[in-house]
Every structure is written in C-alpha cells, then in structure tokens.
Design a protein around this ligand. Structure first.
Ligand SMILES: *Cc1c(COP(=O)(O)O)cnc(C)c1O
Length: 427
C-alpha cells in the first residue's frame, strides 16, 4: 500500500509537497505538471556526500537535466557525469566546473570529442577506436586529454535488463581482459593522459552485493594498471543505487550501504598499493527520483474490461512504466486521505495500448476532474519526455518551503512546429 514519503504530507485530504498544496498547484499552473521539491534534492545529495565523505559526487545529468536542478547541485559542489555535448553544455552553463565533469558515452561523435578536448573535461573512453580518434584530435589541438577507460566488469545486478549495463554482452565498456593492454596503448599515444578507471554496472539496483563484486573486479584492475606504471588519479565506480518505488519490495539500500559495499575494498587496495586516487560516484536516480511528482487531471472514467481512469499525462511525459514496467504510486491528490473503495487502472491519452501508468490500484472513488499524483517521477521522467502524438511537453514547478516557482513553462502547439520547414514546392 501507499505510504507517504517523508517530504510529502496530507492536509485537509490534499497531497502537499514542500509545504505547497498540489491541488492549488494544478489550478495555478495547469496539468499535466511536474513538481520538484528543492529541499529533497539537496537532502538526497547531502546524504550521498555524507556517506562518501572523501569521494567526489558527479551527478548523472541524464536522470534529470532540468536547469534548476543542475544549478542547485552545482551550488552544492556536485560534479557531473555527462553523456552528450548537450549535457556537457547544460552542466557548464549551470556552473559545474569542467574539472568535475566526466564525458561518458559509447558512441561519441568526433564533434563531441573535439568539444571535450577544447573545453578540457575528462573523457571516459569506451573503445580503442575512440582512443585513437581522441588522440588525433588532442594532438591537433596541442592538448593533452585526461582519460579513463570504461570497463565492462561483467557483473549482473538484479534489475530490469534494459538498465543492466555491466553484463558481458552489454554495449558499454572494454572487456576486463583487454583493459591492461588498453592502458599500455593509451600511455604510448600522444595527447592522451591515462589517469582514471571507470565502470557503471546498471541502474535501479537494490542489492549491494553487485557493487561489492564490481569493486573487487575494478580494484584488481587498478592493481594491474598500477603495475604497468599508470598513475591513477581517480577510480569512478558509477552508481545505479535504486530507490524503493514500491515499499513491499523490502528495504532499499541507502547511500551508506552503497558506501559500505565499496569504500572498505577501495581503501584496502589503494593502501596496499601505496596510491591515493580519488573515488568518484555518479548517482543520478537516487538524487532526484523521489523529489518529484507528476500531476495529471482525470479526463474520463470508464468501466470496461477494467475500471479505466484516463488522465491528461501519457507516456510521452513519463515513459518508465511503459518502457521498464516500473511501478509508481498513484495518489488521488484531492482525496489523499479518503478511504480506498475501488480498483482502477490509470491510463494516458496516447494512442498506444502500453500507455498505462498504474494497474489495478485500489483508490478512493475517482471522478472526472480529480487530480492524480504519480510519485517518484523525478528520475528518467521529464528527461525522457517527447512530443509523441502531438502533445506539447508540460510545465515544471520547483517548490521550497511553501513557495512555488515555475522552472519550465508549458509548451503549446506552436512548439510542435519546432524547427520544421517546408521545401518550396509545398509552400
Ligand atoms: C546513467 C548513468 C549513471 C547514473 O545511474 P543511476 O542509476 O541514475 O544512478 C551513472 N554513470 C553512468 C555512466 C551512467 O550512464
């Protein structure tokens, strides 16, 4: 059953976030609407920093790239893990220093690599082919690029197959047994300074044993790479710590549990080797997932094969249930403490059968005009949104201490034209 998260409250039967009534937010800003609680973002980031006091925390910008979020994390001292020039651009604009940015990606364009060289960010290199391209570009610019190799550590965390990234068969990284020769190659190449090692085993991971396994494998590689004379300045263990989308899946590991799975192994090995690389973590989901709700208004209720509730948000705004079969609690925001009476399936307006947010949920009696809040929508929510089905993207609001500010205005149909043009013959 739904239990209220500690930054959400219920007052007068209404759902409250960051001290603000969600029902009045729906009135003021319209629906669909993403609402993020600033204090919760800061709190989650602080929890990570506290759990890893000696590490650098590089926020994975793809989880939620909204500018206000990048900005508040920049002010907290976060670095960034970016996966495209677009994310790099936004992270820099938000004030994240280039020294604290790692440019990731398994298929970067030459343009992106050139940008990384020119701006001077660290690059996580995913293949020998990429290494050579980067070396040429750096040489051409008369620069030296700091690199890590993205290692495929061959561990299989228990998570959805679409977000398991460290399997042997995954497209990411260099197989462990080729890593040492990759560093040998890198140390020979002009324009390249091999100084880090990187892995990221997946996302929404709720057991810490795979973090431990990955750390053992990575620290073995750290030893081998150190043995051939590479001076490692950082070891980046990625992240992937999951959050309890569903309470009855049992207790979820905390950042502290994540730290306990990694730090002792890291410390022991670096001490034995007499080296002192910086540990880097790249949490995305954990920082933002539970900070944000998606509000949608009920358009229609229909008794058919199921008791369908049609709302005004669809998978164009929150694709996780459709793409990853993920679970999000649904709360009737204007009847938040009313007794649950009926079983409903909450669906979006998109012309696809898979456009389902919540299946067979027992909720208070729902009528047209009610407001549904989908919880834990902050990670891989808006950042994966689209205009599919001719649907302009919704607005985003940031709340803090009882106040609400718009951080992204609602698109309208003119935004559907975007940058499209017509050839003369169709004018
Ligand atoms: C996506 C990603 C992350 C963040 O993963 P979360 O599950 O959101 O914590 C970190 N590092 C890399 C390289 C990633 O691709």
């Amino acid at each position: 059953m739904f239990t209220i998260k500690d930054h959400l409250e219920i007052s007068d039967d209404h759902l409250i976030i960051g001290g603000v009534d969600t029902v009045s937010l729906a009135e003021e800003f319209g629906t669909p609407l993403y609402i993020t609680n600033e204090s919760r973002v800061i709190g989650n980031f602080s929890a990570y920093r506290k759990a890893f006091p000696d590490a650098d925390i590089y926020y994975a910008a793809k989880a939620n790239g909204s500018f206000a979020i990048l900005r508040m994390l920049a002010r907290e001292g976060a670095g960034a893990d970016v996966f495209s020039y677009g994310e790099l651009y936004m992270a820099l604009l938000a004030g994240i220093p280039r020294e604290k940015i790692l440019f990731n990606g398994n298929s970067k364009t030459d343009f992106e690599l050139q940008k990384a060289v020119d701006i001077g960010v660290k690059v996580s290199v995913d293949s020998l082919d990429e290494l050579h391209t980067l070396s040429n570009l750096a040489q051409g610019a008369g620069k030296k690029v700091e690199i890590a190799f993205r290692v495929n550590p061959d561990v299989s965390p228990k998570t959805h197959p679409k977000i398991s990234t460290g399997l042997r068969s995954s497209k990411f990284g260099i197989p462990s047994e080729e890593v040492v020769s990759a560093y040998r190659e890198a140390s020979r190449l002009p324009g390249i300074s091999p100084c880090g090692i990187h892995c990221h085993i997946g996302s929404q991971i709720l057991e810490t044993t795979s973090f431990t396994e990955a750390t053992h494998k990575m620290m073995d590689l750290v030893e081998k790479v150190t043995d051939i004379g590479i001076d490692l300045k950082f070891v980046d263990m990625g992240s992937g710590l999951g959050i309890p989308y569903k309470k009855d899946e049992g207790p979820a590991p905390t950042p502290k549990d994540h730290a306990n799975a990694i730090v002792p192994i890291f410390k022991e090995k670096t001490k034995a080797l007499g080296i002192s690389p910086k540990l880097i973590l790249e949490p995305g989901r954990f920082i933002v997932a539970d900070t944000t709700i998606l509000l949608a208004r009920v358009n229609t209720v229909k008794k058919a094969a199921k008791n369908f509730v049609g709302v005004d948000a669809g998978f164009n705004l929150l694709v996780r249930p459709t793409m990853y079969d993920s679970y999000h609690y649904a709360v009737v925001a204007n009847k938040a403490s009313s007794p649950a009476e009926e079983t409903y399936t909450i669906v979006g307006p998109i012309c696809e059968t898979g456009d389902i947010f919540a299946k067979d949920r027992t909720l208070p009696c729902i009528e047209k005009g009610d407001i549904i809040a989908l919880l834990d929508a902050g990670a891989y929510g808006f950042s994966m949104s689209s205009q599919y089905n001719g649907r302009p993207r919704c607005a985003e609001v940031l709340v803090k201490d009882g106040k609400a500010d718009i951080i992204r205005t609602r698109e309208d149909v003119q935004d559907l034209m975007g940058r499209q043009t017509l050839p003369a013959r169709l004018m």
